[in-house]
Design a protein. Structure first.
Length: 273
């Protein structure tokens, strides 16, 4: 048990977007397992709230207000964290924007806004962090989405952005691996209590259909995504680089593909012949 609690002892972790939802759950997980955590997001109230919550786990947790779309703002926050915490071992890039809108009604600025937050934001955070990373040993994690490989109605902007995020993950893994910096991605499935789920599954009917369409018949939790991140940034994943891990209950497989009822019916029919 002591070993697990000290999984990330002495490590520093910067979580962009770490003030709500999945990213806050990841920040909480990293702090719980021993990392000194800094979170970064746009909304000052959310930053204050998340920082206070994380400080209850580790008093040296820090919060930074800024926008991932602005390179200087990301660089400033990372530099402030680096100045007090030292070389950065873990960076999670999870800031994201989403709304449902079919492409033929989406303005160029709406498309650009999501690409700017998700894709440019990820580049800005990782590029700004690069000189401050521990080498060898740093682990960078980009939060992707099912939209990166699957097309959904009203999600062209998100798919374009997240597909770019996945290729950025792989490209940086290739370029930075030689310095002992690993870059991986996580695709969370539908996760309870997140803004993403409340935006994309606004009614109980849509939510239920989503749950039924998942092989595990339920949504995941932030803690389950955090555990995936813990694996990726621990020594247990020391040779895992350029991979996108799905933490989605098997959602990407296209639903439960459960033909058992028709199979049983066929068997029963065969027996009566
Ligand atoms: N449908 C269509 N277009 C939309 C939209 C919607 N629901 N919401 C915003 N847009 C468009 C705006 O109309 C604007 O384009 P325009 O100038 O051509 O009119 C553009 O997107 C930028 O909108 P704005 O509200 O100025 O951007 P913002 O930077 O304040 O907010 C968003 C960014 C739009 C992504 C906002 O939803 C947000 O802050 N989201 C963060 C949280 C989040 O999405 N979490 C879920 C993650 S999965």
């Amino acid at each position: 048990m002591t070993f697990v609690a000290n999984l990330l002892a002495g490590k520093t972790a910067f979580v962009a977007g770490g003030t709500s939802g999945i990213n806050l759950a990841i920040a909480r997980g990293l702090a719980t397992y021993g990392a000194r955590v800094g979170v970064f997001s746009r909304n000052p109230e959310r930053v204050a709230h998340a920082t206070a919550e994380l400080q209850a786990i580790r008093p040296d947790a820090a919060g930074f207000v800024g926008d991932v779309r602005d390179y200087a703002s990301a660089e400033q926050a990372l530099a402030a964290f680096h100045a007090t915490a030292g070389p950065i071992d873990i960076v999670v890039s999870g800031a994201a924007g989403n709304f449902i809108c079919p492409a033929n009604q989406l303005s160029p600025n709406g498309f650009r806004t999501v690409v700017d937050i998700d894709l440019m934001g990820t580049f800005n955070v990782l590029r700004a962090a690069y000189p401050m990373l521990r080498r060898p040993g740093a682990s960078l994690i980009n939060i992707s989405a099912p939209q990166s490989t699957e097309a959904f109605w009203g999600q062209a902007h998100v798919s374009a952005a997240k597909a770019g995020v996945d290729m950025l993950t792989k490209s940086l893994a290739v370029e930075w691996g030689r310095e002992g910096i690993r870059v991986n991605g996580i695709v969370p499935g539908p996760i309870e209590g997140t803004e993403g789920v409340s935006r994309l599954a606004p009614t109980p009917e849509i939510r239920e259909a989503w749950e039924k369409g998942n092989p595990m018949q339920r949504m995941g939790t932030g803690e389950e995504v955090a555990n995936t991140a813990l694996f990726l940034c621990s020594a247990a994943a020391s040779y895992v680089n350029g991979t996108i891990i799905y933490c989605d209950g098997g959602q990407v497989l296209g639903g439960p593909r459960d033909y058992s009822e028709s199979w049983h019916a066929l068997q029963a029919a065969a027996r009566t012949k």
